[in-house]
Design a protein around this ligand. Structure first.
Ligand code: SF4
Ligand code: SF4
Length: 392
């Protein structure tokens, strides 16, 4: 007979309540939420069991729960809960708690968990980019220098080769490494004791990853199964369009960045592939970049509108939700406005906005492993795990 020792952690319950699961104690285990959930399988439904674990302070059990990551946060369960226990918010809060502790530099996780940490999150890149600006201003003899031909060129201050490229390369790969370690830790936590058997035909893990990416990212097919409205009858703007627009815009902007980096650095070896920045507005890569920026705005608009349309009585939006939307809005707004002022030949506003753009882009990438955006990696790991081994 298998024996389980329950280890309640009442501080965890309190933290969970503060992070957005404040109604979890109202749950009386009727299981309506598990029946309402369009994604929960019949053999191990959620989120009812997660509500018990959360209420009892079973942090270990929740942290090992792959189902937590399968939830699409559609909110149908919260809409139908007869007690207003808001299970969707509890699931989201539990994920947020896991981001906080999953990776090293837990001080960043602490800053990321509350609005009071925001000044610190902002201050780190603000100081880094200000110091670079100050050093370059001394070298150039001006805080707002123009290029030799009179144009506004941001590289006159934020010189790519020695400032932007090394800082963002270190930040990006550092964030990828931390994300990788977090995903590995999560994977190990999912594993039950004893040997694991692959469900169905044994395939290399990459095959499972490809099928997850096709369903969840490329086609966004899974979002059709977890749509708002059909189950509850309450119509709020669908997340599929906003989420897809955001994912496609990230893909386009990542591609553009890679091509420009290749053109810049590769051009030092093969001059024919060199790409000069700033690029003219009619240059194909610039057109693609602007399409990516437009998609980003559309996705952000749709997701922000959806969040504002949610019923306040059944859905709470926490700091993690607003932090991600806020930082993406700031990245988009400062990027577009700095480009506008550069073209309008407004020297000071162009440089100041570009400085803030660099600060917000750094915040987006550097804090990614502790932010809601990290779900892209952690959720993918959980989905691959579940497709390979099923649920424990
Ligand atoms: S969260 Fe609500 S719907 Fe789910 S079991 Fe508890 S009371 Fe029932
Ligand atoms: S939010 Fe949606 S996907 Fe998540 S548990 Fe509730 S009904 Fe299921």
């Amino acid at each position: 007979m298998v024996q389980y020792t329950l280890k309640p952690d009442m501080n965890f319950v309190q933290d969970l309540q503060e992070a957005g699961g404040n109604n979890l104690k109202r749950c009386f285990q009727c299981a309506t939420c598990s029946v309402a959930c369009p994604l929960a399988p019949t053999n191990a439904p959620y989120p009812r069991k997660e509500m018990v674990w959360a209420s009892w302070g079973l942090k270990d059990r929740l942290m090992r729960d792959a189902d937590l990551w399968l939830c699409h946060n559609c909110g149908n369960c919260s809409d139908l809960c007869p007690r207003g226990a808001r299970p969707a918010d509890m699931m989201a809060a539990a994920r947020d708690m896991i981001y906080k502790d999953l990776t090293t530099f837990s001080v960043v996780g602490k800053w990321m968990s509350k609005a009071s940490g925001l000044p610190w999150l902002f201050l780190v890149p603000a100081v880094i980019w200000f110091v670079i600006w100050a050093i370059r201003a001394v070298c150039k003899g001006s805080w707002f220098p123009r290029a030799a031909d009179g144009r506004i060129v941001f590289g006159e201050i934020f010189y790519g080769d020695y400032t932007i490229d090394p800082i963002f390369i270190i930040t990006f790969f550092g964030a990828c490494f931390i994300l990788y370690r977090g995903a590995r830790k999560l994977w190990e936590m999912f594993k039950p004791e004893g040997e694991l058997l692959v469900v169905g035909k044994q395939k290399f893990w990459i095959c499972y990853l490809v099928s997850v990416l096709m369903d969840e990212v490329v086609t966004h097919r899974k979002f059709d199964d977890c749509e708002d409205g059909p189950v509850t009858g309450k119509v709020v703007p669908n997340r599929k369009f906003g989420h897809a627009a955001l994912v496609y815009s990230f893909t386009i902007l990542a591609f553009v960045t890679a091509v420009v980096a290749l053109g810049h650095w590769g051009g030092k070896i093969i001059p024919t592939i060199e790409i000069q920045t700033p690029m003219p507005l009619t240059f194909p890569i610039k057109i693609l970049a602007n399409i990516g920026a437009l998609l980003l705005l559309c996705g952000l608009g749709a997701l922000t509108w959806r969040r504002l349309s949610l019923s306040r009585s059944n859905h709470a939006s926490g700091f993690y939700d607003w932090y991600l939307l806020g930082i993406l809005w700031l990245v988009a707004a400062t990027g577009i406005l700095s480009q506008y002022f550069r073209l309008a030949d407004a020297l000071q506003p162009a440089f100041v906005l570009y400085y803030f753009h660099l600060v917000f882009v750094w915040m987006l990438f550097a804090y990614l492993p502790w932010s809601k955006l990290g779900h892209f990696v952690y959720r993918t790991a959980a989905l691959v795990y579940v497709r390979m081994y099923g649920r424990s």
